[in-house]
Design a protein around this ligand. Structure first.
Ligand code: ZN
Length: 236
């Protein structure tokens, strides 16, 4: 019927796991009601179009929810997440999301966001076999190999993991800059800046590693600056 508001069907839980899922639907209804109470036409407006200025490439870790960390509402940030926030030159999934973000949504900022305590980064360093994902984490091992001299100098294991999280973010940001998508956008004069952030699980705060490349000629300089910066205590 025209103009009628759609009401999701109520489900009858039949098992303990169904009841868990039923709880998620209840939470969803409460959330939607609260949002609508604050802004009555929020969903109707959002359904017509999204206009995010930011594209977040982060880790799948459940403790690093992109929108929530920066206090943004639905519609305000485009997001791609995978284990250990990796940007692989031939990953059509990540590249497609990046292309849509840059070319269609015309975001102004792309941020690669890692986090301290990343299980993917730790597993990559430890080399403990976990299955198929070992192949994916080879990309983090490539980062470790690139910075082997520095990492070998870190006696404290937790500092080593933290530093590898930082270095991984910087290397993946360079991968973003090298994609045809960002290179072409810069060639066309598009104002899009690539950033490197690290999130702290212990304090809920983001750190900016200082990489903010907005043109091909800036990448090497920003790479050197971000690698030199870092927040992990290092000898010397
Ligand atoms: Zn992670």
């Amino acid at each position: 019927m025209a103009g009628a508001r759609y009401t999701p069907p109520m489900t009858v839980p039949s098992s303990a796991s169904d009841r868990d899922l039923g709880d998620l639907f209840a939470r969803n209804r409460a959330w939607a009601a609260a949002v609508q109470q604050r802004e009555s036409d929020f969903f109707q407006r959002l359904a017509k179009q999204q206009n995010p200025r930011y594209f977040w490439i982060g880790c799948s870790d459940s403790r690093v929810p992109a929108n929530e960390i920066v206090g943004l509402l639905p519609g305000e940030m485009f997001v791609h997440r995978n284990v250990a926030n990796i940007v692989v030159h031939t990953d059509l999934n990540c590249l497609s999301v990046l292309q849509y973000a840059v070319d269609v949504l015309e975001v102004d900022h792309v941020m690669v966001v890692g986090h301290y305590g990343c299980g993917g980064v730790r597993a990559a360093w430890d080399g403990r076999p976990l299955g198929l994902i070992d192949n994916w984490l080879r990309h983090v091992q490539d980062v470790a190999a690139t910075h082997a001299d520095e990492l070998r100098g870190l006696a404290d294991t937790s500092a080593l993991y933290d530093r590898l999280c930082e270095l991984n973010v910087v290397e993946q940001a360079v991968h973003v800059c090298r994609t045809t998508i960002v290179q072409d956008a810069w060639r066309r004069g598009r104002d899009v800046t690539v950033h490197t952030w690290v999130y702290g699980l212990r304090d809920g705060l983001l750190r900016d590693l200082g990489f903010a490349a907005a043109a091909p000629g800036q990448v090497a300089e920003h790479y050197a600056r971000a690698v030199a910066r870092g927040f992990t205590p290092r000898p010397g």
